[in-house]
Ligand binder design. Structure first.
Ligand code: TXE
Length: 480
C-alpha cells in the first residue's frame, strides 16, 4: 500500500483530520494507495509555513533560485523511469508516453523557468521635460496557489509551480486527488535539491475540501488553475470578492480543419495523434474533425482503418497505443456521450465499446471511437468529452467551416491543414482560439503564450506571460 503524505514546511505529514482517500490504479481498477483528504487546518498550516519562508525566499538572488530549479530538473531526469511508472500507475497512460513526454516536460518546465527568470526584464520610461524617471519593479506576489488536474499530472503541476517559484513566490500546490503520486515523489526531490522549507508546500485531497480551502484562503493572493470549465467558473466566483489574481486554463472542444490541398500523409498521422494521444484526455486534442468535401470519403476510410488497428492495452506493455481512462466515473461519462450520439444522427464508424484487457478485466479501457455526425451543433460536437472519441463531418466552404469551428463555447486551440498561405492567415485571424497550429499539432515552444478564449479560460501561461502573472508590477516615479 502506497501512502502519500502532505509536504508542509519541508516535512511529510498526515492530514490533521485523519481523513484519508483511496487511490485507484486505472489499469486494473484496484486500490493501491491512500492519500490525505486535507482540510482548512492543513492549508492554514501550509500557509503559515509559506508566509514565514517568503521574506527570505523572495530576496534570494536569481542565480541561487535558478540553480535550485535546475537541480530539481536534473533530479527529475535522473528518476525518469521511476516517475514514468508512477505516472502511468496513477493515470493509466502508457508508460512510454509518460517517459517520452510527461516526465521530460516536467524537467523542462523547471529548466525553462530557471533560465527565463534570469532574462525577465522590466520597463523604464524617462518622462522627458518633467525631469522624472519611471521604472517598474516586478515583485513576487507572496503566497500563491497552484491547482492542477489529472490528465497530465506532473507536466501541468510543474508548469505552474516552476514559474511561481522562479518569480520568488512561496507556493501551496494541490495536484488532482485522482493522480497525486508524482507530485508526492517530487516533494522528496525538492528536499534533496535543497529547496528551503516552506517555499513549496503540497497539500493533497479533494477539490471540494482541500481545493476549496486554498481558493477561499484570504492570504493566498493568486490562483493558477487548470481543470474543468465548471470548476473554473466556481473558482472565479469564489476568488472575485477576495480580489485574487487568477489564471484559468479550462477545457477545449478544438476543431481540426482539413483542406484538400494539405500534405495528406502528414495530416493523417498527426490527426491520429491529435485525436487519441493520452486516451484523448488532453485539453488540446482536436476532437472535432472537419474535412473538405472533395477528400472526405477518402479521409474517412483511411482514418478509420488506422484507428481500428490502434492497440488498447495495459499501459506498461510496449505496444500499447491506448491505455486506461483515468477513472471508472470518467469512463462512464465518456460512454454516455457515445451512447447518446445516435439519437442526434451520429453514426459510430469504429469503436464505441469498453474493452476487457486480459488479466486486467477491472481496468477502465475504451476503444478509440470515430463518430460521423449529422450536424455540428449536436451534443457530442459541442461538449468536451475528454476521451478517445472524435467526430468527423464534411464542409464545403471556408466560411462554412469557420462558422462551425467557432460555434462552440470553448476557444482553446485549433488546427489547420492547408498549404495556402493566404487562407492560413485569413482563418488564423478569425478562429476563436488562443492557440492555432498550422500543419502540425501540439508543437510546444515554452516561450509562447498558452491559454484560451471564451469558456476555455482567462489569462495566459508560458514564457514571460507566466512570470508576469506570478509578479506584481509596481511603478516607481523619481523626480530629479
Ligand atoms: O476536473 P476538476 P474533473 C475537463 C474534462 C473533464 C472535466 C471534469 O472535460 O471531464 O473537466 O474533470 C480541483 N476548488 N478537464 O472534475 O474538478 C480538483 O481537485 C478548488 C479539462 O476531474 O476541474 C483538481 O485538482 N479546486 C482539463 C482540479 O481542480 C477544485 C483537465 C481539476 O479538477 C475544486 C481536467 C474547488 N471547488 C479536466 N473542485 C484541462 N483543461 O486540461 C475541484 N478542484
Amino acid at each position: 500500500m502506497q501512502t502519500i503524505q502532505n509536504y508542509i514546511n519541508g516535512t511529510f505529514e498526515d492530514p490533521l483530520s485523519g481523513d484519508w482517500l483511496d487511490n485507484y490504479c486505472p489499469a486494473n481498477g484496484e486500490v493501491y494507495g491512500k492519500i490525505p483528504n486535507s482540510d482548512q487546518a492543513d492549508v492554514d498550516k501550509a500557509y503559515e509555513a509559506a508566509k514565514t519562508a517568503f521574506p527570505e525566499w523572495s530576496e534570494t538572488t536569481l542565480d541561487h533560485r535558478s540553480r535550485l530549479l535546475l537541480k530539481i530538473a536534473d533530479l527529475i531526469e535522473t528518476n525518469l523511469q521511476r516517475f514514468a511508472e508512477a505516472e502511468s500507475q496513477d493515470n493509466g497512460k502508457p508508460v512510454n508516453l509518460a517517459k517520452s513526454i510527461d516526465i521530460p516536460r516536467a524537467a523542462s518546465n523547471f529548466r525553462f523557468f530557471a533560465h527565463a527568470i534570469t532574462q525577465f526584464s522590466s520597463e523604464s520610461h524617462e518622462s522627458v521635460g518633467l525631469n522624472a524617471i519611471n521604472f517598474t519593479l516586478r515583485q513576487p506576489i507572496g503566497v500563491v496557489g497552484c491547482i492542477s488536474p489529472w490528465n497530465l499530472p506532473l507536466y501541468l503541476f510543474t508548469w505552474k509551480i516552476a514559474p511561481a517559484l522562479a518569480a520568488g513566490n512561496c507556493v501551496i500546490a494541490k495536484p488532482s486527488e485522482i493522480t497525486p503520486l508524482t507530485a508526492f515523489l517530487l516533494s522528496e526531490l525538492c528536499t534533496e535539491a535543497g529547496l528551503p522549507k516552506g517555499v513549496l508546500n503540497i497539500v493533497h485531497g479533494l477539490g471540494k475540501t482541500t481545493g476549496q480551502a486554498i481558493i477561499e484562503h484570504p492570504g493566498i493572493k493568486a490562483i493558477s488553475f487548470t481543470g474543468g470549465t465548471t470548476t473554473g467558473a466556481h473558482i472565479a466566483r469564489t476568488a472575485a470578492p477576495l480580489f485574487k489574481k487568477l489564471s484559468l486554463e479550462l477545457g477545449g472542444k478544438n476543431p481540426n480543419i482539413i483542406f484538400a490541398d494539405c500534405d495528406y500523409d502528414a495530416m493523417l498521422e498527426t490527426t491520429l495523434r491529435s485525436s487519441f494521444s493520452n486516451q484523448g484526455q488532453i485539453c488540446l486534442c482536436g476532437s472535432r474533425i472537419f474535412v473538405e468535401t472533395s477528400i472526405y470519403e477518402k479521409f474517412k476510410a483511411d482514418f478509420v482503418s488506422k484507428v481500428k488497428v490502434l492497440k488498447v492495452g495495459h499501459p506498461s506493455e510496449s505496444g500499447t497505443n491506448i491505455g486506461a481512462l483515468v477513472s471508472q466515473s470518467h469512463l462512464e461519462k465518456v460512454m454516455t456521450y457515445i451512447e447518446e450520439a445516435p439519437q442526434e444522427g451520429g453514426k459510430i464508424l469504429c469503436g464505441g465499446h469498453a474493452v476487457s484487457v486480459k488479466g486486467f478485466e477491472n481496468g477502465y479501457y475504451l476503444e478509440p471511437t470515430v463518430i460521423e455526425v449529422a450536424t455540428d451543433t449536436c451534443k457530442i460536437n459541442q461538449e468536451e468529452v475528454f476521451g478517445p472519441v472524435v467526430t468527423i463531418m464534411p464542409f464545403e466552404t471556408e466560411d462554412q467551416v469557420l462558422d462551425m469551428a467557432n460555434k462552440v463555447k470553448y476557444g482553446l486551440s485549433a488546427t489547420l491543414w492547408t498549404n495556402d498561405l493566404k487562407r492560413t492567415m485569413r482563418l488564423s485571424k478569425k478562429l476563436e482560439a488562443g492557440i492555432i497550429w498550422v500543419n502540425t499539432w501540439m508543437l510546444r515552444d515554452l516561450r509562447t503564450p498558452f491559454g484560451g478564449m471564451k469558456s476555455s479560460g482567462v489569462g495566459r501561461e508560458g514564457g514571460f506571460e507566466a512570470l508576469r502573472f506570478f509578479t506584481e508590477a509596481k511603478n516607481i516615479c523619481i523626480k530629479y
